[in-house]
Write a protein that binds this ligand. Structure first.
Ligand SMILES: Nc1ncnc2c1ncn2[C@@H]1O[C@H](COP(=O)(O)OP(=O)(O)OP(=O)(O)O)[C@@H](O)[C@H]1O
Length: 260
């Protein structure tokens, strides 16, 4: 049987910032296939190019050479097929939760009535119904991030690109949002590429953990997470979880991981 085409493909991607003597190679020969419905987490020391590869897939920065394809299409710029979520919530401060969630739907040309219904659905999904008419400044960090997630989901992207989305949150909120993300994923099996500095988070969420190394930024290791979904609290305490976490930890922090 033919294998389905990967949802995201990086083929020998290089990224060099600047030119001439000041040129800097941020990513070197990065190749990775991400299957449809897969959750891939990306970890690695600061500056190893995690955000750069994700921004290339998001179409926010061009690659220098190589190829990046999403659903078989070469990435040429941002598009509604890719929902991007950053650590900083990037909400419009002058718009309510509802209007923030509706924003992308408006850009997609969806009519007001349908916009409202869709926004309500996703606001409810992230548990913010009571705050639909609140401005972002009235929300906690976790609530803002839930609003950003609802906004990304509302436009129904084929893939979600998440760059340390829970990085600024307290530990408890973070765990709740991890659980919520997996719960939503269990229903729609969207393809997710998720950057984190938190090794536990990387293992808890992923089908595979991608470990990157720095100078130059490159893929150093792929670690398969053979733990069943749904992932319960007990899983975090299981021997297999701890074994994988230690393997990822060694991959990220072993001497030489950040030196070519
Ligand atoms: N626009 C830019 N111009 C020049 N250099 C850049 C630019 N953007 C990123 N870099 C450099 O490229 C390298 C990779 O950056 P990137 O942000 O992708 O790393 P990262 O792994 O996401 O880091 P962190 O974990 O700290 O967020 C870094 O050394 C960074 O300084």
């Amino acid at each position: 049987m033919a294998q389905p085409e990967p949802k995201i493909i990086f083929r020998h991607v290089n990224k060099i910032f600047g030119e001439g003597p000041g040129a800097f190679q941020a990513v070197k020969d990065f190749s990775l296939d991400i299957a449809e419905g897969e959750i891939v987490t990306v970890v690695g020391p600061s500056g190893c190019g995690k955000s750069t590869v994700m921004n290339i897939a998001a179409g926010l920065i061009p690659l220098t050479d190589g190829e990046c394809l999403v659903h078989g299409r070469e990435v040429k710029g941002p598009g509604p097929d890719r929902g991007v979520i950053f650590q900083q919530y990037a909400l419009f401060p002058w718009l309510t939760v509802r209007k923030n969630v509706e924003f992308g739907l408006k850009l997609k040309g969806i009519k007001p009535e349908e916009r409202r219904t869709l926004a309500e659905h996703y606001i409810e999904m992230v548990g913010l119904s009571d705050f639909a008419d609140s401005l972002p400044k009235m929300l906690s960090g976790g609530m803002k991030q839930r609003c950003a997630i609802a906004r990304a989901y509302a436009v129904d992207p084929e893939v979600l690109l998440m760059d340390e989305p829970f990085g600024a949150l307290d530990a408890l909120t973070r765990v709740r949002l991890q659980e919520q993300l997996l719960e939503t994923w269990s229903q729609d099996k969207r393809t997710i590429m998720f950057i984190t500095h938190d090794v536990d988070e990387a293992v808890y969420l992923a089908n595979r953990v991608i470990v990157m190394a720095a100078r130059p930024g490159r893929l150093s290791k792929i670690i398969k997470v053979n733990l069943p979904y749904p992932r319960t609290d007990e899983i975090r305490l299981s021997e297999e979880f701890i074994r994988i976490r230690n393997e990822v930890w060694r991959g990220v922090y072993s001497r030489g991981a950040d030196a070519a």
